[in-house]
Design a protein around this ligand. Sequence first.
Ligand code: LMR
Length: 401
Amino acid sequence: TWSSVPAGPPDPILGVSEAFKADKDPRKINLGVGAYRDENGKPYVLSSVKKAEESIRASNPDKEYLPITGLPEFTKNAAKLAYGEDSAPVKAGTIAVTQSISGTGALRIGGAFLGRFYPHAKVIYLPVPSWGNHTPIFRDSGLEVRGYRYFDKKTVGLDFEGLKEDLRNAPEKAIVLLHACAHNPTGVDPTPAQWQEISDIVKERQLFPFFDMAYQGFASGSTDRDAFAVRHFVKEGHQIALSQSFAKNMGLYGERVGAFSLITADAEEKARVDSQLKIVIRPMYSNPPLHGAQIANTILSTPALYHEWESEVKGMAERIISMRERLYNELTHTHKTPGEWSHIKSQIGMFSFTGLSEAQSVGLAEKAHIYLTKDGRISMAGLNGSNIDYFAESVARAVKG
Ligand code: LMR
């Protein structure tokens, strides 16, 4: 029956984890997938998460189905976290929001909703480069995927002029995907002033802004500061779409907790949008998983846990920043690696876009048991005091050839 099914390639990101698992060398390092690791290279379960789980267990909860759009308290609190308590649409109750299977699921619901109801040309512009899963998510949602310039290889920074030109030349009312903070894979974000300009162009061209916020808190250590772009756009009157993930900032990767929201014009429009979100979701997976949403909601709604969580997010962000500092020093001073490496320090969030070529990136796996994606992206969170020397030394060797 399946004789004509062609073998597909491994996933560019999750395939790296598979290769890492199969490697038996004790020196091996996985810098592929963006998953936080502690100072000992171990997965990290946040203390606020453990406490939330204890309190959930103590309340002896049942395992009933959630509604199609998820746990209502969770989605309300997730929206507050993203938009801010004082945001006009939060206060007016005009945000249509649903729980999702983490960030990917939120993007997929958003893609499907836009694919079905967006009343203009169904074209979405993604930054070049973008997270590897964005293109297939939106393509599978029936949207036409195009790119806008984002990363400048020469400056290893933002190609702001290219970005502006491409957005100005996009057809009116096109959809534009924006990474809210900690751009994946480059670690390069617009400044607040640049966001303001982007917002103006989006307004001029009447583009539809779809924000992907998978790293709130991870860029600066502050969930408020990282929400700047989203909140600025909302203040400017854009009716945005937003995908949120709690995988990284609460370390809830496998629990699959996220949210998708759309700002609507008024309560009546919100009710119509809510009803269609349900119709989009029900045939996909019926309703979302319970446990992760309970954890996230317990943290978001319990002041002491919220406070503890905020400091844990900050702690994770700071450990990554200290690894950036150290990696820069090792590459530049200890190993005199040819090239300019200051971008390692200036980039933001979980990733660094090292500038290593595909051959060098693949070579690191083959020769040094160090796994990263082929585009030269490394998850900074995979580095720690015990493996960073070996990593820097291996990169220096790869660059020197
Ligand atoms: C990543 O980019 O590594 C993460 O967003 C995890 C994933 O699902 O790809």
